[in-house]
Design a protein around this ligand. Sequence first.
Ligand SMILES: Nc1nc2c(c(=O)[nH]1)N[C@H]1C(S)=C(S)[C@@H](COP(=O)(O)OP(=O)(O)OC[C@H]3O[C@@H](n4cnc5c(N)ncnc54)[C@H](O)[C@@H]3O)O[C@H]1N2
Ligand code: MOO
Length: 389
Amino acid sequence: MISVAEALDKVFALVAPTPVEEVPLAECAGRVLARPVSARLTQPPFAASAMDGYAVTAADARPGAMLTVIGTARAGEGFAGTLAPGQAVRIFTGAPVPAGADRVVIQEDVTRNGDRITLTEIGSGPNIRPAGADFALGDTIAAPRRLRPADLALAAAMNLPALPVHRRPDVAIIATGDELVMPGETPGPDQIIASNAFGLKAMVEAEGGHARLLPIARDTEASLRAVFELAEGTDLLVTIGGASVGDHDLVGKVAADLGMDQAFYKVAMRPGKPLMAGRMGTAAMIGLPGNPVSALVCAQLFLLPALRVMLGLPAAPAPRRTGRLARDLDANGPREHYMRARITADGIAPFDRQDSALLTILSEADALIVRPVGDGARRAGETVAYIPI
Ligand SMILES: Nc1nc2c(c(=O)[nH]1)N[C@H]1C(S)=C(S)[C@@H](COP(=O)(O)OP(=O)(O)OC[C@H]3O[C@@H](n4cnc5c(N)ncnc54)[C@H](O)[C@@H]3O)O[C@H]1N2
Ligand code: MOO
């Protein structure tokens, strides 16, 4: 058995970033920018008014100044002339500041009578945004970068109608087992509903991958082989179950028969010991354990970091934080333990029941407390590492 860190390194060695494609800006949310992109213009392109008011010269910027309004500048249409002392231009937010003007006095600080104004007060700032205050022609957005809403607005402002992003990795998900039927079907007396694949699909898609749910493979070599073939062309093949040592655990054997080059099998972790990974032709393969919590925890620890590499992001373990324990914990054993827990006002509270079959607990959990191998007993109030989920 290898450690979680060793297994993760081996998983990283199985995957590579997907090719880059140009995608229209409106479809880039959450995608990963593959190359730096440069602004095609300067923003603002001209000195712009930050307020509604009157553009005046520095010489007139004093309370009591009486000025003549000689024109208007609004967003979309500036004032063509040049402002001289004794003059003002009516100006609106976003409008180009006329030549000769040094500041904008907000209209609340002005009284107007016909085309004459009197400045009643002068605020502290000039209320002018200089050209290029936000960015200049050629300024870049660095890559790789997960594109957030503000990044898309910035790219739009830079006049970039499409962005180079990594193709969404295709992830083919195969549930295995004679006991499984799909949600909505009526299970036979010895059957249960296949649940894991739905959680995995949601995780993959939330991360930016494209998940395909393949038909459930039965516990025969022929059925497994047939479903594996449907995964042809995928970037990442994920199987669920059939990974352990039982007579019907055939995933490893069938994958090997189909040419899987196994990178590892079994990891010193709880839940999720019977995890496997390898390469099958052009695809990476991750064989998840069947127990629902094991499958989803292993996906959090291995599948998502692998997906992030495929999306062009750096290879890194699932992000961790630290928190204070809300209650005492017993010593840990020889496997790294990822304990389902909830973050509460009193600290981070592990659930009493940690059985890897309990989806109700996982559904209530928002954290996995990380217990290192051989970690001693911990008291309430001590700091522990956890992975937000
Ligand atoms: N003698 C041993 N037995 C087991 C060991 C071991 O080391 N020695 N490991 C245990 C551990 S840990 C786990 S985890 C499981 C994993 O076994 P498999 O990956 O072979 O999974 P299955 O046996 O196929 O299924 C386990 C469990 O999960 C249910 N299952 C499977 N797929 C799904 C699905 N898509 N949706 C919902 N539930 C699913 C399945 O019905 C079983 O109840 O092995 C232990 N045994
Ligand atoms: O992954 Mo197994 O479920 O460690 O319980």
